[in-house]
Structures are given as C-alpha cells and as structure tokens.
Design a protein around this ligand. Structure first.
Ligand code: SAM
Length: 292
C-alpha cells in the first residue's frame, strides 16, 4: 500500500486519524519487507498482528502465506479492513481492544509469532502481557518508539536496563533492532521509531508457575533504582531467607537491581519462592493475584 493509496483511502472515507490510538501508518515497502523478513515466517506459523490499521503490514504477512489474526480497536478501520480483505481465506479480523482481549482470554501462543507496528501508548503493556504468558509466542517482531526499543534490548549496568527489559527478557532474547525513519509513516510520528526482533528463549529460565513471582521481584527490585535490592526485597521476605537466596545466587548484599542479569534475577526468584517462609505467611506465592 503506497502513501498515495493510503491518502486516497483516508480522504474517500473522510477519516480523521486518532492520535491517542497511535494511528501512524507504515507505507514504506522496504521497511514493511524488512519487518516481514525479520519474522522468518515458515509453513505452520501463525501470526498475531495487533493494530493492523489500514492493513499495509497485514498485506505483506498474508503474501508470506501464513494465517493472520489481526486485532483492531478502531471500528472505522476494522470496517475498512473487512472490505479490503473481504473473503481472504487466511485472515481473521477481530474488533477489540487488544490489551483487554489478551488479559481476558489467555491462550496458548505456541506456534504463533507477533508481528506488529504497535499502538505506542499501550505498546509496553501489550508486549509484557504476551512476553509473560504461560505459553508465549515463538517470536515477536515489534515496531515501537526508539526509546522503548532501547529499553527492550538494554544490557545490565546501563540507564535503559529496567523493569521492561527484565520482564520481557525472562522468556525472550533480543536479536537486534533497526531504526525506522519518521518519513516511512503517515502521518509522521513525533518520536523516533525502531523495530526489534525478540526470540523466545530455547530453555525457560523459570517454570511457568514462577513467572508471577518473578514479575513481583522485578517490580520491587527496580522500584527505586538507587536503592540496594536487599533493602527493597526486605518488605516481602525475612532477612535470613533473603540473605540465603542472595548468597546462593552469588548476588552481593549491596547490589542494585540494575547491575543484575536476567538469569540471575530468575535464579533469585527461584530461591525465594522455593524457600518456605518461617511463619508461612504466603505473602508471595506464584499465584499471587494482582501482580500484573
Ligand atoms: N499496522 C498499521 C501500520 O503499520 O500501518 C497501523 C499501526 S498504528 C501504529 C497502530 C494501530 O493500532 C492503529 O490502527 C490503532 O487504531 C490500533 N490500536 C490502538 N490501540 C489499540 C488497541 N488497544 N487494541 C488494538 N488496536 C489498537
């Protein structure tokens, strides 16, 4: 879909774009091909696209020969998509808020790949929701603000390494990112953008019933960046349990969360959850509600 086709379609419908829904559409064929290539689509893959908009990426994904499930929140765009792709045998269109839908209908994402130019205002929660799923997708190729992509791909001991890095990184490894010029979008967004490829770790760092506890540890540990991890976790664990877990995982009692690798944060969670609390208060079990 070229820029002039996009403009014509929007004009013919007198459709005013909604900034709060992050409606910046990709029209650059080279970028769309690069995103599709990064998805490494193969027979048997299924693709989830969140926010198809007018369908420029959807078109490329369908051309790759895989089934696509596309979830669009804007009723007007959903109707355009229905017309544009009417009767396409491999496209399923869903009119929904993708975040509500993901939260309310957890499913097995094994065999799926997320390929999406995400709505920037809800990009991080959408990504975390899928990244922490009990059975997450195989790969996530996501276009987002450059600032968020930097956090997704950050290494320990850098300013960008934080909650988002650690939550998504539990089950995914970054395979790099490329920047996308503002001119490739219509209308041009206010911020720089990039596309990252995240691939599911071949060996999970934690059993799935400890993911919720991991999220709790990470959120607490990064809640005050300048504070020592031990001090922050003391609100949830008795000191002897905490000190034993830190010693077992080789984490210095004076360490701050931003210096600790994701495998080590996972190992720490494993020790903390695996050690019964002296009074068995059950303050942090893997099934703790309200952690997400
Ligand atoms: N994929 C298209 C493209 O590259 O041209 C559009 C991407 S645009 C950045 C984001 C799209 O997500 C818009 O179509 C917007 O309406 C849609 N959107 C915004 N919030 C959404 C949500 N919560 N659930 C599903 N779609 C959403």
């Amino acid at each position: 879909m070229t820029l002039s086709e996009m403009r014509r379609l929007l004009e013919s419908r007198q459709l005013l774009l909604t900034k709060s829904l992050g409606q910046n559409f990709l029209h650059d064929g080279n970028v769309l091909r690069r995103i599709t290539t990064a998805a490494a689509l193969q027979a048997g893959d299924r693709v989830l696209e969140i926010g198809p908009g007018l369908g420029p990426l959807t078109e490329h994904l369908l051309d790759a020969g895989v089934p696509v499930l596309a979830v669009e929140k804007d009723q007007r765009l959903y109707e355009i998509l229905q017309e544009r792709f009417a009767g396409h045998p491999r496209l399923t269109l869903l009119h929904a808020d993708a975040l509500d839908w993901l939260q309310n209908e957890p499913r097995d994402w094994t065999g799926w790949k997320l390929v999406a130019n995400l709505p920037y205002s809800v990009g991080s929660p959408l990504l975390v929701e899928l990244a922490l799923a009990e059975r997450p997708p195989e790969r996530m190729v996501v276009t987002l603000q450059w600032e968020v992509i930097q956090r997704l791909t950050a290494l320990p001991d850098t300013a960008d390494y934080g909650v988002l890095t650690a939550l998504v990184g539990l089950q995914f490894e970054s395979r790099g990112a490329f920047k996308i010029s503002r001119d490739c979008f219509h209308p041009a967004p206010d911020v720089e953008s990039a596309c990252a490829t995240l691939v599911r770790r071949p060996t999970p760092l934690l059993p799935s019933d400890r993911i919720t506890a991991y999220a709790r540890v990470v959120k607490l540990a990064f809640s005050q960046r300048r504070k020592m991890l031990r001090k922050l976790l003391r609100s949830e664990w008795p000191e002897p349990v905490l000190d034993a877990a830190l010693a077992a995982t080789g984490i210095a009692p004076t360490a701050r969360a931003e210096t600790i690798s994701i495998p080590r944060l996972a190992a720490l969670t494993d020790h903390l959850v695996g050690t019964p609390l002296p009074t068995d208060t059950g303050r942090l079990s893997a099934h703790d509600p309200g952690i997400h």
